[in-house]
Write a protein that binds this ligand. Structure first.
Ligand code: IMP
Ligand code: MG
Length: 183
């Protein structure tokens, strides 16, 4: 049966043009802060990919693109804060200036684990750049250095964020109709 994404969306929180404008702003900020550095941008698969791509393409700097996959277990499953690497970097971080790019910072477990790991591997600096920040939900002791938008504690989809693996390729960020969860 044919189905369109838009039928499942309850409300749009951030439009395509709002996101594009903010991404440009973040890119400019990063370019200023890293113009004299040997920048390595690490995208966290899979959710960060739309944001990551849009961001690096606005940056007029000779940066390097690398990816990592991590999965975190929140409270309710295993001990919260545990982060497992599923796909690792293939680059030496010794002395490098790293920016981790994520779709959203929620509990903060993923980013705090990755930041600690990269510093342990000898990175000169590690900053975090997130499109979205669910500040109210933070349990780990970490803040993103670059944030696109602060968002309320609602389950969001689009622009990289998924529900059951879908909706990542939406051009905007929104919430799902309640029926979608019960299907
Ligand atoms: P945390 O900061 O380690 O808790 O985890 C952040 C990860 O949780 C993100 O990379 C997303 O994969 C996922 N996540 C958090 N909030 C949402 C949401 O509203 N929609 C979809 N995924 C989310
Ligand atoms: Mg993610």
């Amino acid at each position: 049966m044919k189905k369109r994404f838009t039928e499942d969306i309850e409300k749009v929180l951030l439009t395509e043009s709002q996101i594009a404008a903010r991404v440009k702003g973040l890119a400019e900020q990063l370019m200023q802060d890293y113009e004299d550095k040997d920048l390595l941008m690490v995208g966290v698969l899979t959710g960060a990919t739309p944001f990551y791509t849009a961001l690096v393409m606005e940056m007029d700097l000779p940066l390097e693109m690398h990816f990592i996959r991590a999965s975190s277990y929140g409270a309710g499953t295993e001990s919260s804060g545990k982060v497992e690497l599923r796909y690792d970097l293939e680059v030496d971080l010794q002395g490098r200036d790293v920016v981790i790019v994520e779709d959203i910072i929620d509990s903060g477990n993923t980013l705090s684990a990755l930041k600690a790991l990269f510093l342990q591997r000898g990175a000169n600096s590690v900053a975090c750049c997130c499109l979205l920040d669910k500040k109210e939900r933070r349990t780990a002791d970490i803040e993103a250095d670059y944030v696109g938008f602060e968002v309320p504690d609602e389950f969001l989809v689009g622009y990289g964020l998924d529900y059951a693996g879908k909706y990542r390729n939406l051009k905007y960020v929104g919430t799902l109709r309640p029926e979608v969860y019960s299907n």
